[in-house]
Design a protein around this ligand. Structure first.
Ligand code: NAG
Length: 264
């Protein structure tokens, strides 16, 4: 989630300002504590490589970004922040439900539901995160978190240990001005007027505010994580609550085929 080049430059500047020790802890994302954010899922390809983030919302559904389907996800790994540690649940993806209006990244509706082939064991180290029940008003400058195994610098490598960073919600009008237009149903936080934000490989992960997953990591500016530049953009989950509920409902009551006896 942040980049070392940026960090070095910033440290240099800050050192000149004489405030080095004060700021150092918040420039970079930090390792997520093992007992936090246990709904985080690593979405992986058939080689077991991390390609995207996601988060568990029921025992058998993970939310991710529609753009993650480009990387042919095959497995979901839950239950350990360290992907190199074998002590986790690796579950095959049964089904991917991409929002029907998603066309391509940057054009909105960037959300995908991943159905797991088996129910995950909700025990230690695996939990569910709530999504908002209705539209919520995020306050400007409200501090939320984004987490992921994505790269820590532009065009870097994804990391083994989950990282998390605080980001502030950006006023919608300011965000639209910065981007010169935005797709509908998105939320902006981080990346702008701050060195903190997400990077490639974090797609699909949650924006977490007050313990709710309110956004899905969608896109940043030209895949460039040398912040500050333009705000980071998330799919606003509250706009897709109904869609999510509909998909889950269909699952609960699978279509049954009745045999009709033809009399006569
Ligand atoms: C935004 O979300 C609402 C549901 O809250 C939906 O009715 C609308 O079609 C969405 N807009 C676009 C452009 O997708």
């Amino acid at each position: 989630i942040m980049l070392s080049l940026q960090k070095i430059l910033l440290l240099h500047v800050l050192a000149c300002l004489g405030r080095l020790t004060h700021v150092i802890a918040i420039i970079d994302g930090e390792k997520a504590p093992e007992n936090s954010m246990q709904y985080m899922a690593s979405v992986q390809n058939n080689k077991g490589q991390h390609v995207c983030g996601g988060f568990l919302i029921t025992e058998d559904f993970v939310v991710s970004a529609a753009n993650c389907d480009d990387s042919n996800p095959t497995y979901v790994v839950l239950g350990n922040h360290n992907l190199k540690n074998g002590n986790h649940q690796k579950i095959k993806i049964e089904n991917k439900i991409i929002h029907e209006n998603y066309q391509q990244i940057g054009q909105g509706n960037d959300i995908m539901l991943i159905e797991l082939s088996e129910k995950v064991k909700l025990c230690h180290r695996v939990e569910i995160i709530q999504i908002p029940h209705a539209e919520i008003n995020l306050k400007e400058n409200q501090v939320c978190q984004v987490a992921g195994w994505g790269t820590t610098k532009t065009r870097g490598k994804s990391v083994d240990e989950l990282r998390v960073v605080d980001v502030s919600v950006i006023n919608q009008r300011v965000c639209e001005e910065q981007w010169h237009g935005l797709p509908a149903n998105v939320t902006c936080a981080g990346g702008y007027e701050t060195t903190k934000g997400f990077c490639q490989g974090d797609s699909g992960g949650p924006l977490v505010c007050h313990g709710f997953a309110v956004g899905v990591v969608s896109f940043n500016y030209k895949e460039n994580c040398n912040y500050p530049n333009k705000p980071n953009v998330y799919t606003d989950i509250s706009n897709y609550r109904r869609w999510i509920d509909e998909v889950l409902e269909k699952k609960k009551f699978p279509k049954t085929f009745f045999c009709v006896k033809h009399l006569k």
